[in-house]
Design a protein around this ligand. Structure first.
Ligand code: 5GP
Length: 214
């Protein structure tokens, strides 16, 4: 059974890169393209990176209950479309989402079978440098992101798994291993009851057979 996977981290934690690399190596995972009211950055494509919406259209979507979760992040609105999640899950693939902690909290309430993974930067220095090297941020918005990084870190208890992103390929491997392990949990194995029943019947048959030979 496919399930939702949420990746969160403070800005600059590397979750978007991890999600994209994971999609490149696993055909059984699809990406939910979020909506946002922030303007596109250079190189971003509407419909691929985000659905870029006006505030008015975003609010219309909220009123129509189009979103499985939505939140204001760094002064802009972001949301996960229910139909995006359904599209991926109904194709039989796990759906991966790169969303903030407020969104993760709401989403996990609506989809309790979600797997929540927090990506930690290896150090504050790395986080600060990653944010600075993006070069798209003025000091005011950098400070805003540093402050929200602190808030995001405080929400770590919400998450079942934590990965320290000191090497991108190892972090991708770790997410992939989590998906494998989660797929094997008892609660996700819908046919387990029948399988165990079958085994019990077979064993009982053997007991009966050997009992007759005694
Ligand atoms: P960025 O603008 O840098 O792409 O993303 C800023 C933040 O918004 C990141 O923490 C990202 O995870 C979060 N974000 C992206 N999409 C969504 C979404 O659909 N819902 C929520 N709640 N947060 C999102």
């Amino acid at each position: 059974m496919p399930f939702p996977i949420i990746l969160s981290s403070p800005s600059g934690g590397g979750k978007t890169t991890i999600a994209h690399k994971l999609l490149a190596i696993r055909a059984d995972v699809g990406y939910s393209v979020s909506c946002t009211t922030r303007p596109p950055r250079e190189g971003e494509v509407d419909g691929r990176d985000y659905h870029f919406l006006s505030v008015e259209n975003f609010k219309r979507g909220q009123a129509a209950r189009d979103f499985a979760e939505s939140a204001e992040v760094h002064g802009h609105l972001y949301g996960t479309l229910r139909r995006e999640v359904d599209r991926v899950l109904s194709s039989g693939r796990h759906v991966i989402m790169d969303i903030d902690v407020q969104g993760a909290r709401q989403f996990a309430r609506a989809f309790p079978d979600s797997v929540l993974i927090f990506i930690l930067p290896p150090s504050a220095e790395v986080l600060v440098n990653r944010l600075k090297s993006r070069g798209t941020e003025d000091p005011k918005s950098l400070i805003r992101r540093f402050k929200s990084a602190k808030d995001e870190l405080k929400a770590i208890d919400l998450y079942q798994y934590v990965i320290v992103n000191d090497d991108i390929d190892s972090a991708v491997e770790a997410v992939s291993s989590i998906i494998e392990a989660e797929g094997l949990t008892r609660s996700r194995n819908g046919t387990l009851g029948e399988r165990v029943e079958g085994l019990l019947t077979g064993i009982q048959r053997a007991i009966d057979q050997y009992s007759k030979r005694k």
